[in-house]
Structure formats: C-alpha cells, structure tokens
Design a protein around this ligand. Structure first.
Ligand SMILES: [Zn+2]
Length: 233
C-alpha cells in the first residue's frame, strides 16, 4: 500500500486560497469552486473486490458504447491510439479495441483484463496520443497535474457533476448526504469553471460538456455526472 499524505490550503487550480471545512475534511476554493479533500491521502484499496463491486452495480457495457460513440464523434475517426486512465474492468477499453483503436490502460489495480498496461504516466509514449480518457477516475487521483505530462490531442473525462450539487441547493455543510461524497476515494470535486481554468493552463480548450451517461446510470431522474471534452490548442 502506498501512503502519501499532504495537506493543502492553496487551490491547485487557480492559486487562490481555499477555505477549509473541517467537519467534512474538504477545502473549498472561493474563486474557482474546485474543492479538495484537505487531508489528501491515497490509502484507498482499489483491489479486484472494488472493481467487482463498482462494475457489477453499473450498466458498464451500455456506458462503454456511449463513451466509444463520443470518442469517435470527437476524433472523427474509428481508430487511433488512446490511453484509458482508471480502466477498471476494461469494459470501455475493450469496446474501443473492437472499433479499431489501439488502447493502453493505466490503473492502480494491477489486473490487466486484456488491456496493454502502462505503469507510469511520465515518458510512457514516444508518439502523440489521440485521446486520454478518464471515466470516473480523475476525482480519485492523488495528483491532478499528473495527466498533463502526457502528450495528447484530446482529453475526455467524466466526473461527478459538482455544479449540479450546488444548483440543487446543496451546501458544503451537508455534502455528506451527496452520493458522490466519498472520503478517501473521491479526493477532488470539480466545477466546470475550475476544469476550464485547469485545462486552459495546460494548453487545452473546452470543447463540450454533456451529461452523456445519466440516462442509463442509476437515479436516472437526477443528473449526477458530467462528461467534458478538452482539445489541445
Ligand atoms: Zn481555485
């Protein structure tokens, strides 16, 4: 088990000061809305039991085809090289392979599930990637800057829809009632604005945001995730 512990009060997205909310162990940037677990720690165990639990509970096959459709629409082609970060049980990666994509995977769980696995995001590829995908994984990563060492034309990511939490009248004090509040597992909560700032700082422009998967996820009447597409400038 890797143990890495840091505590930050400065917003990693926009550099402004965050306000710590002790009762929920979160710090909120008053400027861009990015919110992070104050005591950042990666002790959560993403083992095969976790994968089984997480993936048997979701319509993963249907989600994989939707994600593939978005990928093809975004790139305008049915092949190319992609990296799927947090590939889980490999459902999406295999769907993309069947379409003609060359797929690499990165995951803290060492099981390969038939995916060509890379072990580090740094210096992993000689050639430029067409797309890096992060479906339900970015909010779990300890360091949100790590993905920007990759040379890719596009990023496609699905994260909990934090703006919607506020739009529904949610407040940080009662965030423990939100389905996406998962201490030690979800380490980051992104507003659309904060993602825009973060990716822009690394040379990517916002292309689109769409609640791609909510129609087939659980609680279909309540938008709860958002999929964002960013393209290199
Ligand atoms: Zn900020």
């Amino acid at each position: 088990m890797q143990y890495n512990y840091t505590m930050r009060t400065k917003c990693a997205v926009c550099g402004n000061r965050g306000i710590p909310r002790k009762e929920v162990n979160l710090t909120v940037c008053q400027s861009c809305g990015y919110t992070w677990q104050t005591e950042l720690v990666n002790i959560f165990e993403y083992d095969s039991d976790y994968i089984t639990r997480a993936y048997s509970n979701a319509p993963v096959i249907e989600m994989s085809w939707l994600r593939l459709g978005l990928l093809i629409a975004t790139l305008g082609k049915t092949d190319g090289t992609i990296l799927d970060i947090g590939y889980g049980d490999g459902s999406f990666a295999r769907a993309a392979q069947t379409s003609g994509f060359t797929v690499y995977g990165y995951d803290v769980n060492p099981t390969e599930y038939g995916i060509s696995r890379i072990h580090s995001l740094k210096h992993a590829f000689d050639n430029k990637l067409d797309c890096v995908t992060l479906f339900d994984s970015y909010e779990h990563m300890l360091n949100i800057e790590d993905i920007f060492s990759l040379n890719t034309e596009y990023f496609v990511l699905t994260v909990p829809y934090f703006d919607r939490f506020y739009n529904d009248g949610g407040t940080i004090e009662d965030i423990s009632n939100w389905k996406h509040y998962k201490p030690d597992e979800h380490l980051h909560y992104f507003t659309g604005r904060s993602l825009g700032i973060l990716f822009s700082r690394h040379g990517y422009e916002h292309v689109r945001a769409l609640p791609l998967e909510d129609a087939i996820r659980k609680d279909v009447n309540k938008p709860n995730t958002m999929t964002y597409v960013f393209k290199e400038l």
